[in-house]
Design a protein around this ligand. Structure first.
Ligand SMILES: [Zn+2]
Length: 176
């Protein structure tokens, strides 16, 4: 299966490129939602944000920030929205990670407002607990969390939590 964004990266496709380095490229969205709508894509094929290596995340956000500033400085306006549609459930159209930089001006017709939901105390506590259990396993640049596993003979051993295979299976559900 060919990826539209990888094709663009290889020079195929008629795009209006506004920036490029060895890791990323930025071009104007063909049918923009505002004046100056930019797509920033990695040159390597990563499907969703969590597949992008930390070193590239730092680089791509640095470039996104600079593109946002460039749009702000050159096109004027009141600000930029920087958006990642991460996963098919979030409206991601192509299976290739991108960041969109959307310059904003007053009365541009875009609306990111939503009706706030009122959750019950119990619902809030449940979601808090569920997320906290998962965020327990976050360890940036640190050791993987370990857990005690009971063996058949009732001895306990310390093992690394969750193998790479399990992680890959889980992330597959989110890929468009
Ligand atoms: Zn791709």
């Amino acid at each position: 299966m060919t990826c539209v964004i990888c094709e663009i990266g290889q020079g195929n496709g008629n795009i209006r490129k506004i920036f490029e380095d060895d890791k990323v490229m930025a071009y104007l969205k063909e049918k923009p939602c505002t004046f100056g709508h930019i797509i920033l894509a990695t040159k390597k094929h990563y499907t969703i944000l969590e597949q992008v290596p930390d070193t590239e995340i730092a680089h791509i956000f640095n470039i996104a920030n600079k593109l946002s500033t460039a749009a702000f400085e050159s096109l004027g306006g009141g600000g930029t929205n920087i958006i990642i549609q991460n996963g098919s459930g979030a409206g991601q159209m192509h299976p290739h990670f991108t960041i969109e930089i959307i310059p904003r001006r007053e009365n541009d017709g875009l609306n990111f407002q939503w009706q706030p939901k009122q959750l019950s105390e119990e619902e809030m506590s449940t979601v808090e607990l569920t997320l906290k259990q998962e965020t327990d396993t976050i360890a940036v640049g640190g050791e993987k969390k370990k857990e005690i596993i009971k063996e058949d003979d009732n001895t306990e051993t310390l093992k690394e939590k969750e193998g790479e295979d399990n992680y890959l299976l889980k992330s597959l559900r989110r890929i468009p």
